[in-house]
Design a protein around this ligand. Structure first.
Ligand code: FE2
Length: 398
């Protein structure tokens, strides 16, 4: 294809901190890596589902076999990082005398672990005032050693310097950033992801795709993030259907883990947009899992945005493997939207907002609209979203 003009704002910064190590079975290097980081008393942060599935033991046994001490496993992490749960985790870390953490889990686990590490590193015991500050950059301190094993290929939380907290009192999701909150080392071990059921594989994969697509189209888009996001899209288009159809396929699982990390590195610099803003509202008010909410909203928001920056959606179509030769930028952008719809039906994601008892009524949708309009990600959407536009997006996703 003839490469389209893809301008970007002339001033940008790009940061990324963690070291990334990939290999099927890379958990066997964990003890060495923690020792190198200076840790000796290890606390694992995870959830009960992963303990029951035997995934935590696959990591824990590597610590037990080593000279390190496994001082405790905090398995009480809930869906969505929550202040009370974070504070409980901080208390646990201190009570067992831990000096480093290993997070084993998906986005909720990794975000909760990040927040706990911020508490420990800053000598605090309540995350509420820190969450309210949203950006924890001034006086930010290096945090104790932290290794993350993502067990879903979706959030990219292992590399992003932000976390999303559900404020249960206000009923909203808040983004909190801290320059050192991401793991020191992201260990990508696809063997830990083969037990993820097809449905969760599908919607976490759609979260990663949303990070990449919103990263490439956000108002903060820039060339380094483009490179990361576009390759993530290529890998997801190629390997997500395989990972859903054949859960034991280590090649597909491995490429999806890499794609989710690439997409995380992309969007933590560019931010996201309207899909994430609306998905955060759906998660906060209706408890819809983040990836599933994104998968419902993504084609609707892309369709709305396509006219604003069709060239950017054209390169997305190309990355998805769609032949854009002979198409205008707008035709190619529409093909990208259709490509996302096709991918969703291929992986069995047919849900609409109706499946979650969300009222098909403009007045009743207003709390959702207002929450999305106030979300920190909305300003990065390439096309300006008025409240009436947001309402239309929800109505179209019914
Ligand atoms: Fe996300």
């Amino acid at each position: 294809m003839k490469y389209p003009n893809i301008d970007f704002e002339p001033l940008f910064t790009w940061v990324n901190r963690p070291r990334i190590i990939y290999a099927p079975g890379v958990r066997r290097e964990l003890a060495y890596e923690i020792s190198e980081l200076g840790g000796s008393n290890v606390a694992i942060f995870t959830d009960k589902g992963l303990v029951n599935a035997g995934v935590v033991e696959m990591v824990a046994e590597e610590i037990r076999k080593s000279d390190l001490k496994l001082v405790g496993i905090f398995d009480a992490i809930l869906q969505d990082a929550r202040i009370a749960n974070i504070n409980e985790g901080g208390e646990f870390y201190r009570s067992i005398g831990a000096d480093c953490m290993v997070a084993v889990g998906g986005g909720s686990v990794m975000d909760t672990a990040k927040a706990v590490n911020i508490l420990i590193g800053h000598g605090a015991d309540d995350f509420q005032p820190l969450a309210e500050q949203a950006g924890l950059w001034e006086g930010a301190q290096r945090l104790p050693p932290h290794v993350a094993f993502p067990t879903t290929a979706g959030t990219g939380c292992e590399v992003t310097n932000a976390l999303v907290v559900l404020d249960t009192e206000v009923g909203a999701k808040l983004s909190v950033t801290h320059p050192y909150c991401n793991s020191d080392i992201a260990m990508l071990d696809p063997e830990l992801t083969i037990m993820v059921p097809p449905k969760i594989t599908a919607f976490t994969g759609m979260d990663a795709l949303t990070h990449a697509i919103e990263g490439v189209t956000s108002t903060g888009a820039e060339p380094i993030a483009d490179a990361l996001g576009l390759h993530a899209i290529r890998l997801i288009a190629r390997y997500l259907p395989e990972a859903v159809k054949d859960p034991d396929n280590i090649t597909a699982r491995g490429n999806m883990l890499i794609a989710a990390t690439l997409a995380g590195m992309c969007f933590c610099n560019t931010m996201t947009g309207g899909t994430h803003a609306t998905a955060h509202a759906l998660g906060a008010l209706y408890g819809i899992p983040h990836g599933l909410a994104n998968s419902i909203m993504l084609p609707v928001v892309m369709d709305f945005n396509a006219v604003e920056s069709p060239e950017r959606f054209m390169i997305i179509a190309d990355a998805m493997g769609i032949d854009v030769n002979g198409k205008t930028a707008l035709e190619a952008a529409e093909a990208a939207v259709q490509g996302v719809r096709d991918l969703k039906s291929q992986i069995g994601l047919t849900e609409t907002l109706r499946d979650f008892n969300i009222p098909d009524d403009s007045n009743k949708l207003m709390p959702l609209v207002e929450l999305a309009a106030g979300d920190g990600q909305i300003g990065y959407n390439p096309r300006y979203l008025e409240e009436a536009d947001i309402l239309n997006l929800f109505l179209k996703a019914m």
